[in-house]
Design a protein. Structure first.
Length: 309
């Protein structure tokens, strides 16, 4: 099938879209904030390196392709965990000073990148919907593993069964349950990491540096949101592509006389469209993670007081 090639091209199209966004603005930072930003960038690079290793390990393990489907979630979890750890570690004494408690309350929503946040909500909802459909339509495979195949029944007339069969692998409950648990972990860690980024003690010496620090927080928020979006959208693309392949095979297995063949054909095409769209989102999110392009819009909120030492 041409579907794998189409998915690769869709990912590349998303990467190009993300890279072509406007460059991140350069901001003159004070000594403490510059040291923080340099360390944050090192942690992001380390997060990517570790995430690549852990996702490859996950893809090579797991029974009957489960590890491959879980690899995107493992990638996202690793990136977010390493970035959050970098936010939690205090700066070295004498180099970046000490953290200060701000009197204003910082909400994660303030720093959340709108486009990435919307994409994350969309692909998460899409994945839940697709997993629900595939779990509901799946059957046991030829050795009795539940939720791993797609069955069809062929009839000569309204009463006589002339043939039956199944095809797989199909992302029913055998795959859907582990993927759902993994994506739940991704979204939970994303929420926790967002809270860590927003609540980290301030390094700004005055109100002017506080505005600069808001931008740095927004960049960290962009990194964790991009990682979560890439993980969920890649999982959606994989599940949809697997379901489309099985429906395509089932729809042509017995011709038009097979029960559900028309529905499988329509469902297969819908899943192909979903897989391609999710692949574009995956490439775009990866580009936003790898290259600082564009800046989140941070609402200008009045500060409730000065920075406390």
């Amino acid at each position: 099938m041409l579907l794998p090639l189409g998915l690769v091209l869709a990912v590349l199209a998303g990467v190009v879209t993300g890279i072509r966004a406007r460059p991140a603005q350069r901001v003159a930072l004070g000594t403490e904030l510059a040291a923080y930003e340099a360390r944050a960038q090192r942690f992001r690079v380390a997060a990517l390196a570790v995430a690549i290793v852990t996702s490859l390990l996950a893809a090579s393990t797991g029974a009957l392709g489960r590890g491959l489907l879980l690899a995107p979630a493992v990638f996202a979890v690793t990136v977010m965990a390493v970035v959050a750890v970098g936010e939690l570690i205090p700066p070295p004494p004498g180099r970046a000073g000490r953290r200060r408690a701000g009197l204003d309350v910082r909400s994660p929503r303030r720093y959340r990148p709108r486009a990435l946040g919307t994409a994350l909500a969309a692909v998460s909802s899409g994945l839940v919907l697709v997993l629900g459909v595939t779990a509901a339509t799946a059957s046991p495979d030829d050795v009795g593993r539940r939720g791993r195949a797609l069955a069809w029944i062929c009839r000569a007339d309204a009463d006589g069964i002339t043939g039956r069969g199944s095809t797989g692998p199909y992302p029913g409950s055998y795959y859907a349950i582990p993927v759902a648990v993994a994506i739940g972990a991704v979204l939970l860690l994303w929420a926790v990491s967002a809270r860590v980024v927003a609540a980290r003690g301030s390094l700004a010496a005055d109100v002017g540096e506080a505005a600069q620090e808001d931008l740095l927080r927004a960049r960290s928020m962009c990194a964790i949101t991009a990682a979560a979006t890439a993980g969920v959208s890649a999982s959606l693309a994989a599940v949809a592509a697997g379901g489309a392949g099985a429906m395509y095979r089932a729809s042509g297995a017995g011709g038009a006389t097979c029960h559900g063949s028309a529905g499988y054909a329509v469902g297969g095409w819908l899943l192909i469209v979903i897989a391609l769209a999710a692949s574009v989102v995956t490439g775009w999110a990866l580009a936003r993670l790898l290259v600082q392009r564009g800046e989140p819009s941070i609402p200008q909120e009045p500060r409730t007081g000065a920075l406390a030492g």
